[in-house]
Design a protein around this ligand. Structure first.
Ligand code: DAH
Length: 376
């Protein structure tokens, strides 16, 4: 940058200005140039004015004309350049349509939702009603009417989460039949299983009944590899004339085949003469008689024994049985007229087995690296 020196004359100064202006590329640089040339003091123009003030009357005329022309030239050139710069500036908020697009990230279904929907779809195809039902329950539906009286160990504070302030239900209609109290009971607990939905449905509807109820349940468990205080269950109930244990076995065998694939197909094994790939083990539940737990042949080792099946060759997937006559009495069904079967299965357990996941907590940690592995 040339030092300000008016003794070089206005023509030379003008050439210097033109040169400096040519190098200006931004509004800030233009402003700097303006200050350098036009400011009241310390600028080129100010320096020429000083020179004129100090000149002899003869010199003043010529100097004055030259200085005025320089000033006018600088003003016009600065204004032109300013207009040119603002014409090329992008207006605020402008969209650059030439930029490559940003693809929206696609989410994926949660593995528990996938199992939930799959189970719902299997049973809808079989003509079952798919229900949800309340998560805050009363003692009557969660325990008593399922043949678990007041002193039953399953009602222990160790296992059940009770409400500090029971709610008085406003929205639950009182049952229409059965031994259930006519007035709605205060809601005292978080349901410990979806079996409560068996009672809710039967006390409002005549047989036949064919339902699955899917949703969250709660237990006083600490978090570990296989336990969470909230998890999901699917409950099944079929009631009608002439329902037998054979119906229970057929239904649960085909459900296992649909959920876990051909490895567990009872029909295939029957055809090939192999040992059955689903087995029913005698068990006990207060609301079924007889009761059975259902195992599938280990999907990792095929039955040979591995750490996943604890070397037994079998994986337990659910509890089931023929509905206990006492339950029918609670809901006002005649146990001499109808029979039924019921089952309850953990959704998390199915997901753990189906995909070989080793820690149930992964389902709740919202780690996308885990969640993105299960397909859309
Ligand atoms: N309610 C049982 C549980 O939470 C599961 C169950 C077992 C449900 C047998 C049933 C049944 O309907 O018949 O472990």
């Amino acid at each position: 940058m040339t030092t300000i020196d008016p003794s070089i004359g206005t023509d030379r100064a003008r050439a210097i200005f033109d040169e400096e202006l040519a190098g200006v590329a931004s509004a800030a640089a233009l402003q700097e140039l303006r200050n350098r040339w036009m400011a009241r003091s310390g600028s080129w123009v100010a320096a020429f004015m000083d020179l004129i003030a100090r000149a002899t009357p003869d010199q003043k005329k010529a100097l004055g004309r030259g200085a005025n022309e320089l000033k006018k030239h600088v003003e016009v050139a600065l204004a032109d350049r300013e207009a040119a710069l603002s014409a090329t500036r992008r207006p605020a908020g402008a969209v650059d349509v030439t930029l490559p697009g940003r693809a929206p990230r696609l989410g994926c279904r949660h593995p528990l939702s996938l199992v939930r929907e799959e189970v719902g779809a299997i049973f809808s195809r079989l003509g079952y009603q798919v229900l949800e039902g309340p998560e805050i329950e009363d003692d009557y539906h969660n325990f008593e009417a399922l043949n678990m009286p007041a002193e039953h160990p399953a009602r222990d504070m160790q296992d059940t989460l009770y409400l500090a302030n029971p709610l008085t239900p406003a929205s639950y209609a009182p049952p229409t039949r059965g031994l259930a109290p006519r007035a709605p009971q205060p809601l005292t607990l978080l349901r410990t299983h979806t079996s409560a939905m068996q009672i809710r449905q039967m006390e409002r509807h005549d047989p036949p009944v064919r339902l699955v109820a899917i949703g969250p349940v709660y237990r006083r468990d600490n978090l570990d590899l296989t336990h969470t205080p909230m998890f999901h269950q699917v409950e099944g109930l079929v009631v009608g004339r002439g329902i037998t244990l054979a119906d229970l076995k057929g239904t649960l065998t085909s459900m296992a085949a649909a959920l876990f694939g051909p490895a567990t197909r009872g029909d295939e094994s029957a055809r090939s003469g192999q040992a059955p790939l689903v087995r029913f083990r005698p068990s006990f539940f207060p609301y079924t008689e007889p009761s059975a737990e259902v195992d599938i042949r280990c999907i990792r080792c095929g039955g040979e024994g591995c750490p996943m099946c604890k070397r037994t060759g079998w994986l337990e997937i659910l509890g089931s049985g023929m509905v206990h006559p006492a339950v029918f009495e609670y809901v006002g069904y005649d146990p001499d007229e109808v029979t039924g079967f019921a089952f309850g299965m953990g959704i998390e357990r199915v997901a753990l087995l189906k995909w070989g996941v080793e820690d149930i907590r992964l389902f709740y940690e919202n780690d996308l690296r885990f969640l993105e592995q299960f397909g859309r």
